[in-house]
Design a binder for this molecule. Structure first.
Ligand code: GRF
Length: 186
């Protein structure tokens, strides 16, 4: 069966750009806020949609957001989703509808340092190295099955920004390849 891939974004879109340039066909880009990644999608000529989130507190109606996302994905007959910097936690009904079909890239060596401040947390821990991980998304945030990881060194004097930039350079190599491999297994 031909897979139809959607990429969910909220930020710079450098992973989205790398996936696009790798030749993996992207059928839809979805953002939860206006962001540079939407410009990347527009320039690439990929269909795009904004499911705008206005509440950035934890009292956001996550289920309503998930319903909007699911309706959109169904309209585009999406079969597989890759989160690339998507900053809103996914819950049911989209999670169970796409169980085992949503990938994420995270800037740490999971299961170490889950959560939204992984790069800051790893620097604070004073370790010599970190990395990035590709994993399947489940209700356990950053806790789903890890399918690939890549080690990244930490240098003396690294800031959160310099370390994150080094991690993202590896993400751009790893993620397109893993998405392509996982799509082929579907
Ligand atoms: C990446 O570091 C990714 O690991 C994290 O969010 C960042 C997205 O960067 N989940 P970009 O928007 O792809 O440039």
């Amino acid at each position: 069966m031909q897979q139809k891939l959607a990429i969910f974004v909220s930020g710079d879109g450098t992973n989205l750009q790398a996936i696009f340039f790798s030749g993996v066909r992207i059928h839809l880009v979805v953002a939860d806020r206006p962001c540079r990644a939407l410009e990347v999608a527009r320039e690439a000529g990929i269909p795009l949609a904004l499911v705008e989130r206005t509440d950035f507190t934890s009292s956001l109606d996550y289920e309503a957001h998930a319903k909007q996302l699911l309706a959109l994905c169904e309209r585009y007959q999406i079969t597989f989703i890759a989160l690339a910097g998507y900053k809103t936690i996914l819950v049911d009904p989209i999670l169970s509808h796409y169980a085992g079909k949503i990938l994420n890239i995270h800037p740490s060596m999971l299961p170490s340092f889950p959560g939204p401040h992984a790069v800051r947390d790893v620097l604070a821990a004073g370790l010599p190295g970190t990395g990035c991980s590709v994993h399947y998304v489940t209700a356990d945030v950053d806790g789903g099955r890890v399918v690939a990881r890549k080690v990244v060194p930490i240098y003396a004097g690294d800031s959160e920004a310099s370390l994150h930039a080094r991690i993202k350079a590896e993400e751009r190599l790893l993620y397109p390849r893993v998405i392509s491999e996982e799509l082929a297994k579907q």
